[in-house]
Design a protein around this ligand. Structure first.
Ligand SMILES: Nc1ncnc2c1ncn2[C@@H]1O[C@H](COP(=O)(O)OP(=O)(O)OP(=O)(O)O)[C@@H](O)[C@H]1O
Length: 254
């Protein structure tokens, strides 16, 4: 790949991001890049700053300093809504699904499709059901009908629904914080298949994971965070779990 290709493929650059909470310097000038159609993993020990960096990208925290560039333009991501407007969707660890609503209703909370005009305006339930089904089948998400209530779904199905919902709004970047931490082997494999589909559709995925095998299986690039900095980047095809552990702990020089 040429330098120009790399520049074109770069969808997000975060440069020198700092963020402190009182006297705690959670981010001390962290920089990462992400490319479209790739899974980029973010790894590091507890407290390294991964969640804080991700929260800066998803508009939950405002960085104290630093620059975020999307498709070559510097952007301010000062709220979760601003992040969505910029095409950045985040699958929260708690998934933020409403248990008592159906799968399709969860897709459209706050973004309902309506039909008719003025006083005759009403929810277009069929359009929403159909769109939710299309999105799920596009990602080959194996769930019961979209009319099922979320509380009846397994952990893996919920995770897949949350990912499909995040992917469903034309987002160019989907951020996931430990998407399979609570899942068994089979469900993890299903969710990983959904992530691969998302990547194949051209989305840039940012994956926080403590599972090195998963990082090496799913991601093309991995950034290692330590002490509030992204201290190393590796292509996953050119590294090993042992090297990643050494980079995380600082046993290996960068
Ligand atoms: N809202 C907050 N208020 C105060 N300190 C915070 C806050 N959020 C994070 N921190 C501190 O910032 C540092 C980085 O935390 P962060 O959660 O970003 O790390 P992490 O790499 O995601 O860790 P983990 O893998 O445990 O989630 C830690 O020292 C943490 O205690």
């Amino acid at each position: 790949m040429t330098t120009t290709d790399t520049a074109i493929d770069t969808v997000l650059t975060a440069e020198n991001i700092t963020k402190s909470f009182g006297g705690v310097h959670a981010l001390k000038g962290a920089s990462i890049t992400m490319r479209r159609g790739e899974v980029t993993a973010l790894i590091g020990d507890n407290g390294a700053g991964k969640s804080t960096l991700v929260r800066c990208l998803s508009g939950i925290h405002k960085p104290d300093s630093g620059t975020i560039t999307l498709d070559g333009a510097v952007v301010q991501i000062d709220s979760p809504l601003a992040a969505k407007h910029h095409g950045i969707e985040t699958v929260q660890q708690n998934l933020a699904l409403v248990e008592d609503l159906t799968v399709w209703q969860n897709f459209f909370v706050g973004r309902e499709i309506t039909k008719g005009v003025g006083p005759f305006q009403m929810l277009d339930r069929k359009a929403m059901r159909d769109k939710a089904s299309t999105l799920l089948s596009g990602l080959a998400v194996n769930v019961p009908p979209v009319t099922s209530r979320v509380r009846r779904l397994s952990g893996g199905q919920r995770q897949a629904v949350a990912i499909a919902r995040a992917a469903g709004w034309g987002s160019s970047i989907v951020i996931m914080d430990e998407p399979t931490a609570a899942l068994g082997v089979q469900e993890t494999a299903r969710v990983e298949a959904v992530i691969r589909r998302l990547q194949d559709s051209g989305v840039a995925v940012l994956l926080i994971s403590h599972n090195f095998d998963q990082v090496l299986r799913l991601a093309q690039h991995v950034w290692v965070m330590r002490g509030g900095l992204a201290v190393a980047q590796r292509r996953t095809s050119e590294t090993t779990g042992d090297e990643l552990v050494a980079l995380i702990t600082g046993a290996q020089a960068v």
